[in-house]
Design a binder for this molecule. Structure first.
Ligand code: MLT
Length: 266
């Protein structure tokens, strides 16, 4: 991992390979490690840039509220520090998708394409935002392992537990090792995120949307409405996967990403 200073903090980033750049942005409350199956597959002929976001993994933590826009600004500064001048394919999962919307709004000229996995365009309902505030308080009081126990049942397809419990165990360890302050700050930031639904029809960036067939957080139905609203997007539904589709069924997700990359590079 490299350590890169951006916007007054240090971010840890895995930077491997050469070729067209792909920036992988993890979900909440995870780290760069969730993209391991994609790094393994795509680093052979791409430059894969896989940061730990502010507050996660080995990156610095800032307290308070960290907005999705702040994360997008960090990513832009990171690309600049790494001298990545050509437009990137930005691949984000869930919270990584919320950040991708902000990146697209502010820095569209730095984007070659978007890959949005298991994410949403709408803002939180008032009730959803209250739950985020509760979680932010709870993680400071009870620690990150409690967040892992609360979240894990909703993240995976039943098929994943039947096939390979170790994927779930590893994610539990990642969450338990995450800073409570980092989790709280991102949770409060997600509660503030805007509804981007009105913007979807104006996003010309080529976009691949990916969703696990059993995702109960960002459902296939909801992601279809996003695909239908965007002029240059298509949706792939991944079998035997839930909200963590790139980890649960990497073979199908990587095939979808590969086909998408081919569609505009060949
Ligand atoms: C994630 O996977 O990043 C979270 O499910 C996002 C969220 O809580 O909305």
């Amino acid at each position: 991992m490299k350590e890169i200073t951006v916007n007054g903090i240090t971010l840890a980033v895995h930077d491997e390979g050469t070729g067209p750049p792909i920036l992988f942005v993890h979900g909440f409350p995870l780290s760069h490690s969730m993209w391991q199956p994609q790094v393994f597959t795509f680093a052979g002929d791409h430059r894969v840039i896989v940061p730990d976001l502010r507050g996660f993994g080995e990156s610095d933590v800032t307290e308070g509220t960290v907005t999705m826009e702040q994360h997008a600004d960090d990513l832009l500064a990171l690309l600049d520090e790494l001298n990545v001048n050509e437009p990137v394919v930005l691949c984000g999962l869930s919270m990584g998708g919320y950040i991708a919307w902000q990146f697209q709004q502010k820095y569209a000229d730095r984007l070659r394409a978007l890959i949005l996995c298991d994410t949403r365009a709408i803002a939180d309902t008032p009730e959803g935002a209250e739950n985020r505030q509760r979680l932010a308080k709870m993680v400071i009081e009870n620690g990150s392992a409690a967040v892992a126990s609360a979240m894990l049942p909703n993240l995976f397809s039943p098929a994943t537990g039947d096939r390979d419990q170790s994927v779930i165990d590893e994610l539990r360890q990642t969450i338990a090792a995450t800073s409570p302050q980092g989790i709280a700050a991102a949770s409060l930031g997600m509660a503030e995120r805007p509804d981007v639904t009105p913007l979807l029809s104006s996003i010309e960036t080529p976009t691949l949307l990916i969703v696990g067939e059993d995702d109960g957080i960002s459902t296939p139905e909801e992601m279809k409405t996003i695909a239908d609203a965007m002029p240059n997007a298509r949706l792939e539904v991944i079998p035997k996967a839930g909200h963590m589709s790139p980890l649960e069924n990497p073979k199908s997700v990587n095939a979808a990403i590969h086909g998408f990359l081919q569609s505009f590079t060949s």
